[in-house]
Design a binder for this molecule. Structure first.
Ligand code: ZN
Length: 491
């Protein structure tokens, strides 16, 4: 390459303050991008570029990695992914909580919560019988964000078992192992489980360990929506650690939380337990910055305690946004009966303590993941607000941690935990996933009443070198790639 060519960039971000995703203190520098990579960070005043963005007074950071999503189908049917891009998210990790869109055959049943991904009866999304077919479909019709995909244990059960209310037998376990190996070969970055949910709750720890055996030695991760996040949270943590040790793989505890009032404050017990486990094995965790959760509408009394707000209902779409208690009263039935009549449905559960949320968010190693569900008109606001809420509300306004830490929790830390090489930090040679935001004004605007609203303060988002979001508008770029595990990357 001649000197002249090396002086020219595709894009220069000038005059900004770099927070590089490693937790080191911010510094002023220009960022030069060429061929989708970060070509130089420093004083580039003497250089030219096809496009120049003036970032004076702004933070320039690595694009955020959403460690916990259910975007498996959304990236295909809503490829612009404005709900994520508008927050500065450039990579989503899919296949969480035991549910993934692949492998599923066209005639597989879609029990809740799997149907949160597969769409409703009237408008089902495409399913893919091989994991490789799913990744090919994503590559063939790229979205605006990068995707690192996991395979779900519940999905594997649905594919191989004729009834889900029991433990898998050895033939079924072998079949699941085969499907998992195929998925890993195709590029899945790990497995997730959702033993909290009915289709997988009958699976004992031994089944999970056997099914996940192909993970061992691959570098892929074991990610879990644990069996219990309420009264049994300590037992569930121990089960998770034991699975990780038995398989000798890194574990990720999804959306760590303590549900039900009797468990409020127990993060003072769970976090030290997690810290202690981290000394002996690889443990990671994520959290979303809200004190309400959201998932399928349960019909189990113990899971319906506290205030429950309907997010979607196929039977009664007009009741989205209403409280279950009110609906039950109007109908003159119990909350359980009202939940049955609303099915299939999803809901928002106001079941956490703000102090636990803050303690878990502030725990050094906690990653940020939205857990957003792209469903209906009244989704949980975390779908649109998670990342700006951590940067604006929790870091700047509440002062929970410095901005450098906040950025690290949504970029460098996440890339490290999921083995996403060349992402998550602003370094020469890395892929050019970049967000430019205003630290003084960044703020989530999504609320429970109006959840589908883009945040303030995210000025520009660049994915693989392509300007994708600019001052409140999507630029049309769909430069997202399928990310595979480091070990495969290096092969
Ligand atoms: Zn979950």
């Amino acid at each position: 390459m001649s000197n002249q060519e090396s002086d020219i960039f595709d894009l220069i971000i000038r005059g900004g303050t770099v927070i590089d995703g490693t937790r080191r203190p911010r510094f002023d520098a220009d960022v030069g991008i060429r061929h989708g990579r970060i070509a130089e960070i420093g004083d580039l005043r003497a250089h030219t570029a096809a496009k120049i963005i003036d970032a004076t007074g702004r933070i320039v950071a690595p694009g955020f990695i959403d460690s916990h999503t259910h975007d498996d189908a959304a990236i295909l049917f809503d490829p612009q992914m404005i709900c994520k891009i508008s927050q500065g998210v450039t990579t989503v990790i899919t296949g969480n909580c035991g549910i993934s869109l692949a492998p599923l055959s066209p005639d597989s049943p879609h029990p809740m919560p799997l149907s949160l991904l597969t769409g409703d009866e009237h408008a089902p999304h495409a399913t893919f019988s091989r994991f490789a077919d799913y990744l090919d479909a994503v590559r063939g019709s790229p979205s605006s964000v990068n995707v690192a995909a996991m395979v779900g244990h519940t999905t594997l059960r649905v594919m191989t078992m004729d009834s889900l209310d029991r433990e898998a037998n050895s033939d079924e376990i072998q079949a699941m192992q085969g499907l998992l190996s195929e998925a890993l070969e195709a590029g899945a970055i790990g497995v997730s489980t959702g033993t909290y949910y009915p289709p997988a709750s009958a699976a004992p720890m031994e089944e999970v360990i056997s099914v996940c055996r192909p993970l061992t030695g691959t570098g892929a991760v074991y990610v879990t929506h644990m069996r219990n996040e309420a009264d049994g949270c300590i037992d569930s943590l121990n089960e998770t650690f034991e699975i990780g040790r038995a398989l000798d793989v890194p574990v990720v505890i999804s959306h760590h939380k303590l549900q039900r009032e009797v468990n409020f404050g127990k993060s003072t017990l769970t976090l030290p337990l997690i810290r202690a486990a981290m000394r002996c094995q690889c443990v990671a965790l994520d959290c979303y910055p809200y004190d309400a959760s959201s998932t399928m509408l349960h019909t189990d009394e113990t899971k319906l305690q506290g205030r429950v707000r309907i997010a979607t209902s196929e039977a009664h779409p007009e009741l989205a946004g209403r409280d279950l208690g009110e609906i039950a009263e109007e109908w003159g039935v119990s909350r359980v009966e009202a939940s049955r009549r609303l099915q299939p449905a999803s809901a928002i559960y106001f079941s956490m303590d703000e102090n636990d949320v803050r303690r878990i968010l502030a725990f050094e190693e906690t990653m940020i993941g939205s857990d957003g569900l792209s469903l209906g008109e009244k989704p949980h606001p975390r779908l649109w607000g998670t990342f700006p809420r951590v940067l604006g509300h929790y870091s700047r306004d509440v002062g929970l941690f410095p901005l450098e830490t906040a950025v690290w929790k949504m970029s460098g830390l996440t890339a490290r935990n999921f083995g996403l090489t060349g992402r998550g930090t602003l370094e020469t040679g890395n892929h050019a996933d970049v967000v430019i935001f205003d630290a003084a004004t960044i703020k989530d605007r999504a609320t429970y009443d109006t959840p589908a609203v883009a945040a303030d303060g995210v000025e520009a988002v660049i994915v693989n070198g392509e300007l994708t979001w600019w001052r409140g508008e999507h630029c049309g770029a769909r430069a997202g790639e399928v990310l595979v595990r480091s070990r495969l990357n290096q092969a």
